[in-house]
Design a protein around this ligand. Structure first.
Ligand SMILES: Nc1nc2c(ncn2[C@@H]2O[C@H](COP(=O)(O)OP(=O)(O)OP(=O)(O)O)[C@@H](O)[C@H]2O)c(=O)[nH]1
Ligand SMILES: [Mg+2]
Length: 365
């Protein structure tokens, strides 16, 4: 099974996809290349899709223990979207790929000279997302009003009320992601693919000169307060050029290099963690001499569905899952030793898989 097309329970069974957006020349492609290990020429204008392997210390530790033939990391699908010009966003042309992504990474340029304040750039792009959503809502509201004149229906009336609420939010220049919606309302809205509803991560792409003070970069660029306590919103500072340099170093030197900047882990790892958190994703593992592998699921996934992520047959012939936290497994030394100590649990199909679980699916297939 290739790692390239991994089902991770996105809407309609589609892969979770993260779109990289931002103004021209902010470092989007540099970041995309870094994350996907690709060498995509700079300055290309079309959207490009790639797969990022998610580095995971837990998988590394399991692999170190089992020495498998293969260690397979979890993956995330990324799109390097063509630079978003305000005009394109407002006109709503050429943004279908943007509509379809599950989360946004907005890259902000903080390297080089003559940069605008990050907060200004955030507000501006946000405004364009809001504007685009507002146009959609107005169109749909007109349609619903017309239909209601022809025939009253409770479903249409509910939709009209919901749309009015969304419109009020947008007219107050607030993104839809900040609205609390019920699961049912959420479902009703899914088809609209509203841009300002998507979870968003702001990546401040720092100058190398500022990399040593990465820890306080969000405050220094005065966006910490702007992001604080906002639902489905995160911020992260990194230096894409430096990260590219780090990625090309052999492992032992990597940590040393990072430490020189007062960092403990590569930006890629920090970014992956935040994106997982934003999307509500977690990882579970399968571990053995043959292969150690990380699998991505949405938080709240049942054991049966997690088994189906590994292979549909495993879900069809599911009997039970043997489950243990990755750290406990390493502490015990082996599955057999863990079983003896009573640390290996037998769980049924409705067990909610936890982040860091190592699972062995017993099946009748
Ligand atoms: N100094 C510095 N330069 C960077 C950094 N990240 C990107 N660059 C440079 O900025 C220029 C633009 O980078 P790209 O990654 O092509 O930016 P982009 O956002 O994809 O650009 P467009 O696709 O044209 O909108 C390139 O020359 C990069 O080498 C960084 O962290 N530091
Ligand atoms: Mg580019």
């Amino acid at each position: 099974m290739g790692a390239a097309r991994l089902e991770i329970g996105g809407k309609n069974g589609k892969n979770m996809q993260t779109g990289i957006i931002g103004l021209p020349q902010t470092g989007k492609t540099t970041l995309f290349n870094l994350l996907t290990g690709r060498t995509q020429p700079e300055g290309r204008r079309e959207d490009r899709v790639g797969i990022a392997a998610i580095p995971d210390r837990r998988l590394e530790r399991l692999a170190h223990h089992y020495q498998p033939r293969k260690a397979t990391p979890a993956t995330l699908e990324l799109i390097d979207l063509a630079a978003l010009t305000p005009a394109a966003l407002r006109a709503g042309t050429g943004i279908q790929a943007l509509r379809e992504v599950d989360a946004l990474v907005h890259v902000i340029r903080a390297f080089g000279e003559d940069n605008r304040p990050a907060a200004e750039e955030i507000r501006e792009l946000e405004f364009d997302l809001i504007f685009n959503d507002l146009t959609q809502i107005e169109k749909r509201r007109d349609r619903v009003q017309l239909d209601l004149k022809k025939q009253k229906s409770p479903a249409l009336e509910q939709e009209a009320a919901l749309l009015a609420r969304l419109q009020a939010q947008l007219e107050a220049e607030k993104p839809l992601r900040e609205l609390e919606l019920t699961a049912e309302e959420e479902k009703r809205l899914r088809g609209f693919q509203f841009l300002s509803r998507k979870p968003i991560l702001y990546v401040l792409n720092l100058d190398e000169a500022e990399a040593a003070e990465m820890g306080h970069a969000l405050e220094r660029h005065q966006i910490q307060l702007l992001l604080e306590a906002k639902p489905r919103t995160r911020g992260l500072a990194l230096c894409a050029l430096l990260e590219a340099e780090i990625a090309s170093l052999p492992e032992p030197e990597r940590l040393e290099f990072l430490a020189g900047y007062g960092l403990q882990e590569p930006g890629l790892v920090r970014l992956a963690r935040v994106v997982y958190d934003l999307l509500g994703l977690i990882s579970f593992f399968t571990a053995g001499e043959d292969e150690c592998r990380a699998w991505t699921i949405t938080r709240g996934t049942r054991a049966l569905d997690a088994a189906g992520v590994i292979h549909t047959d495993l879900a069809h012939h599911f009997i039970r899952a043997e489950v243990i936290d990755w750290q406990r497994l390493l502490e015990a030394g082996s599955e057999a030793a863990a079983r003896e100590r009573g640390w290996l649990r037998l769980e049924g199909k409705d067990y909610i898989v936890q982040d860091g679980d190592v699972m062995h699916i017993r099946h009748s297939g």
